[in-house]
Design a protein around this ligand. Structure first.
Ligand SMILES: [Zn+2]
Length: 131
């Protein structure tokens, strides 16, 4: 999967359990945010709970307070993306022995950074170099 060999052992079960908890907590928060945001841009269109994102975009464009809705939708989209990242992180945590190590340099990503951004696969140094 990754080009660089990790410079250390796979995270222990205890460490993985810890990060699973961190991810699940963030996930719960993201889901809550998504629910809230979704309500704020579809509340005036009853019966449209099955909006897909394209339709939601459309709604944001034609709505009376289009800007507010668009803002809510952007936040909604961002949280949704974050949720996807978290789900991937959960999957990697279970299945990728390199989880917790930087894909670029192979160094262990510090716990504090993983707790902040558990879905990251780069250390701060490499991340800032890439972007
Ligand atoms: Zn790195």
């Amino acid at each position: 999967m990754s080009e660089v060999k990790r410079k250390g052992p796979r995270l222990t079960k205890t460490q993985r359990n810890h990060f699973r908890k961190v991810i699940l907590e963030k996930r719960e928060e993201a889901v809550r945010q998504i629910e809230t945001k979704r309500e704020s841009f579809i509340d005036s269109s009853p019966g449209s709970s099955q909006l897909d994102s394209n339709y939601a975009y459309h709604m944001a464009d034609v709505g009376t307070d289009a800007q507010e809705r668009e803002k809510a939708f952007m936040q909604y989209a961002r949280e949704n993306k974050f949720l996807t990242f978290l789900d991937k992180a959960l999957d990697r945590l279970e299945n990728d022995p390199d989880y917790g190590y930087c894909k670029e340099c192979g160094e262990r990503i510090p716990d504090e950074r993983l707790e902040e951004v558990p879905h990251t696969s780069h250390c701060v140094k490499c991340k800032s170099r890439i972007i």
